[in-house]
Design a protein around this ligand. Structure first.
Ligand SMILES: [Cu+2]
Length: 605
């Protein structure tokens, strides 16, 4: 990695304000639900919305790429090409040659700070409002006998979400995201059209060329680039998911991944998240930067996580979200890399679900909100370690010609003109009812009364690029080749890192928690309290239960890079693992009952 990389893409992707700017995002005048995309597709009454949505995606693909309202420009807000969108530079314009080298993130998106959930909210609204405006135009072109139905559908259209933590996601990514063609009822009747939900062809080259063999135009002998480089996408090439040496998608591999990771990673992640009342802990995967006094008190790697109110970053929406990116993209797939992820249209269906999870979490914990904190990665407009709070401008999303949207502005989704079906259903009720519904929806199966966890604390910046840290139980020989279908595989923590972070000025930690209960059940490991053997200390006479775990031997940590290679836990930044459990209070649906917590020990690397 070096400066030459940043300058080579900079010249070819200069973005400028065109006549189409400024792009102002306006709330919708009527509240309609953002539907589950499976309902939109399968339910006759919503199908016209689906017909319009897909055609609208194609329409924004087809807009001139210089247009700020084109898919290319909107997708490029998240990471590359690291240039001003709609002229928004902020007070500290990003300089590829210096800021990038110092580890500042050059996209506008917030990761690893409290603005992760709210920043993506106006981002979703930006693409959604562009799709709605196309849908309205398309609806008016239907023949008279269908026009009314389609005009109504366009008026009610909101971007649908794909719930990839639902049990149905174990079957993989729905076919309407993976087929090259799709049948729609268009203004010219039923037609098979090119499916824009599968992929997007880049109008200009994205990222920078890699050494020979590692670029898509080397197909059929394409060697997937090693994980520390963003894949290069030459102009005219499409986005891909789990590509092979011919630069073709391998949907079977992607879908197998979903069948394994939905129950082991995604569902437990959301299940845990709906127990976390503290916004700081809920909102993002980072624990601490050394410049960040606000976060110091969470003290990662403390010998006993049970003593912390809020369970010390037990689970966050971002950690689970990170897992989706790796699982759907695979090595060299666009979704796997923060810099280029926004160019795969599946990104927006995924982030709509993340926004739904955020809205539902707000519904469960209406009084918990954004504390003042620090943006540890910086963004295109914000320098490293900027203070962030609910009034921070969510650039580049304009509320008016002079103002940007803030988190405070987007706190209530209904005020923006949308809701989610399950959120609407529990409106006005005791938040406990919504929480009980969500815990039931994502509950682990089988549903044991006590659940066991391994929490990992990982120093960020040890490796560049995305990777995952797999947890196996009672398999000291586990390595990168051990199949994740093994009964010993419990789950993973994703490290979704962008490649700019070659230099990190302060120590930042990421935490994630793996639910190992189902794995223990499969392996027949004893789980009940009365199974414990009492251990009497011969000197003091103190009686204490023998731990069911020997943390050093029974929990096996295997970091795996996207290319399948392994590195040791220490090299991957793993500093500490901690094992503990909580009892499930079935009466109050309160799962993480602090008084029932048991701690089994820490292993340091
Ligand atoms: Cu994301």
């Amino acid at each position: 990695m070096g400066l030459s990389h940043s300058s080579s893409y900079h010249s070819s992707h200069v973005r400028s304000v065109t006549e189409s700017g400024p792009v102002i995002i306006e709330p919708y005048s009527t509240v309609y639900p953002r539907l589950d995309v499976l309902d939109m597709y399968n339910d006759e009454k919503y199908r016209p919305q689906f017909d319009l949505l897909v055609q609208s995606y194609q329409a924004i693909f087809d807009r001139p790429y210089e247009d700020m309202r084109s898919f290319y420009q909107i997708a490029g807000i998240h990471g590359l090409p690291y240039s001003a969108y709609d002229g928004v530079k902020g007070d500290h314009e990003y300089h590829n040659d210096t800021d990038w080298a110092q580890g500042r993130w050059g996209g506008y998106c917030h990761h690893g700070d409290v603005l992760f959930p709210p920043w993506h909210r106006p981002y979703m609204m930006l693409i959604e409002s562009q799709l709605i405006s196309e849908a309205k135009k398309i609806a008016s072109q239907y023949p008279d006998n269908e026009k009314e139905k389609y005009v109504d559908a366009a008026n009610q259209l909101r971007h649908p979400y794909w719930d990839w933590a639902d049990l149905k996601a174990m079957n993989g990514v729905p076919e309407f995201f993976t087929s090259l063609e799709i049948e729609l009822n268009t203004p010219k009747g039923k037609k098979n059209v090119t499916n824009p939900l599968k992929r997007y062809h880049l109008p200009v080259s994205l990222s920078y060329p890699l050494p020979d063999g590692q670029n898509p135009n080397d197909a059929p002998n394409y060697t997937l680039p090693s994980m520390d480089f963003n894949p290069y996408t030459p102009a005219g090439y499409p986005t891909v998911r789990h590509p092979n040496s011919k630069y073709e998608d391998q949907d079977n591999i992607m879908n197998q991944n979903f069948s394994v990771y939905v129950p082991t990673v995604f569902r437990p992640g959301f299940y845990q998240m709906f127990h976390i009342e503290n916004f700081l802990h809920f909102s993002n995967h980072a624990v601490r930067g050394s410049n960040d006094t606000e976060m110091e008190d969470t003290n990662p790697g403390h010998p006993n996580p049970l003593v912390f109110v809020g369970y010390a970053h037990f689970a966050s929406i971002e950690t689970t979200h990170d897992g989706f990116h790796l699982v759907s993209g695979g090595l060299a797939g666009h979704l796997s890399y923060p810099d280029i992820t926004g160019f795969d249209p599946l990104f927006f269906f995924h982030h709509c679900n993340v926004d739904r999870m955020f809205a539902l979490w707000q519904g469960v914990f209406p009084n918990s909100w954004i504390p003042e904190s620090v943006g540890i990665n910086g963004t295109y407009t914000d320098v490293l370690y900027s203070k962030v709070n609910e009034n921070t401008a969510l650039t580049p999303f304009r509320k008016s010609t002079t103002d940007f949207w803030t988190s405070k502005d987007v706190r209530d989704v209904e005020k923006l003109g949308y809701t989610y079906p399950d959120l609407a259903k529990f409106k006005g009720q005791d938040p406990k009812n919504l929480q009980a519904y969500l815990l039931e929806l994502y509950k682990p199966d089988p549903h044991y009364g006590r659940r066991f966890y391994v929490k990992l604390t990982i120093e960020a910046g040890k490796l560049v690029g995305p990777y995952s840290i797999r947890v196996f139980i009672d398999l000291p020989s586990a390595n990168a080749e051990t199949p994740v279908t093994s009964p010993h595989f419990a789950g993973f923590v994703a490290m979704w890192r962008n490649n700019a972070h070659t230099k990190v000025n302060s120590t930042t930690y990421v935490t994630g928690t793996v639910d190992i209960t189902d794995c223990m059940v499969k392996l027949g490991i004893r789980m009940q309290k009365h199974d414990y053997v009492q251990d009497v200390n011969a000197t003091t006479g103190e009686v204490k239960p023998t731990s069911i775990f020997d943390v050093n031997h029974d929990i096996n940590i295997v970091p795996v890079l996207l290319d399948g290679k392994s590195v040791g836990p220490k090299d991957a930044g793993v500093t500490t693992i901690e094992a503990f459990s909580f009892e499930h209070d079935k009466v109050n649906q309160n799962f993480l009952v602090e008084s029932t917590g048991e701690f089994y020990g820490t292993k340091k690397f």
